[in-house]
Design a protein. Sequence first.
Length: 223
Amino acid sequence: MPVLAFPDPRHSTREGIIAIGGDLHPDTLRLAYSKGIFPWPHEGLPLLWFCPPQRALLDFANLHVPERLARAYRNCGYTFTIDRAFSRVIRHCESAPRPGQEGTWITAEIVDAYCRLHQLGVAHSVEAWDSGGDLVGGLYGVDSGGVFAGESMFYKRPNASKFALLFLIDHLRARGADWLDIQMMTPHFQALGATEVPRAEFLKRLKETQAKGLGLFDAPTAP
């Protein structure tokens, strides 16, 4: 049975753990993301659910794209799509090397759960394709009610994941969005202008944005 309630995300452990256990049923995931909570599996432990005390956000107004990257994006020659190859994207993210880390939090259970969530039109992917039709980069995340929560990225060619991100930002802006939830800060996002805000501020912004009723993506089509 899916979990039908989570503790108030304003209260957690010092590490940001909100709940322990439960499942990855689509209803559980939908509820979690709607409250700013996300799962983060740790090997040897029950399923952990997080809402960090400091949340990393990318406000589009503060986006800083170095000219070299912007020029490379304009001239890359890639084709970008949305939701064309979700399962391939998440599996590439699963196998992407992570310097300084052993293994991955994208387990087989996570892959299956988010593929189900994608089929329901809640999880989404962005793909970058080269001129030969090869998938060279991409990312995936979850629409938490008008706010895109980024989960993971991968690249097979230099900067391909960054190009996919820039394409996503253009898409989200066109749909009325003005910020992106990146959950945990990384050097790449920090260089692009991302900042960390207290959890209370994040939750307030999440609720305010959800109230706008933004439609970030088209409804899924029948297979």
